[in-house]
Design a protein around this ligand. Sequence first.
Ligand code: BTN
Length: 239
Amino acid sequence: MERRHLAECGSTNTEALAHLRDGGGPLLISASRQTAGRGRLGRAWQSDDAALTFSVARSFPADLDLSGLSLAVGCTVADTLDPAGERVRLKWPNDLFLDGAKLGGILIETVPLPADRRGVVIGIGLNLQPLPADADRTAFASGHAALQTLEPAASAAATLDRLAPALRGMLADFETLGFAPWQAAFARRDLAAGRRVRLGDQPGIARGVNARGELLLETAAGIAPCSGGELSLRLESSP
Ligand code: BTN
């Protein structure tokens, strides 16, 4: 997989989508600073060198079910950074948490390609350094956690060197096997499991995910699978 690093760009996801549209092959692109970084649900994700920001681009068959892809990516990142599995947890469908606060997020975007292929860009933002003591924390609704709390010497370059091969292998497996092989790994790190949650406007209890990576939400009507899309999951009770 080709690797590129930019000192600054608007968004590594935007760069990676343009690369695929232009017919480019698999690419990992990172940036020291993003000026127009994007998060899920139209939110901004500004980042400087206190964070690791990168995107992985490749194509898949157009009919591959991508519903569990962000969870498989989350499991791969979490297993690489925290192999013991005790501190990094995953909040369906795209958040990484460390010790109860948000460590990072995943933004997947796609672009149609010729010949029944679909271009897929997986953008990952991970906080490396803790916020300065005087930082305005109101912008961090889910809290702010930093990788250097887990691993004091963590640098952007060394972290990327560990994540790149793990993600490359995971994406090859996902193409043939889909999400099912990661269902158990996700369950071990599932932050919402058994908790009272709100998915969009719908309150319920989170009951894990199915083999497609859909959230199983228990309501008075029973347990129903819900897909990620444009919905945000709020945790309403402690474990
Ligand atoms: C979220 O938590 O809402 C997802 C955040 C994803 C941010 C990453 S940083 C690298 C890539 N480029 C972007 O513009 N966004 C993603």
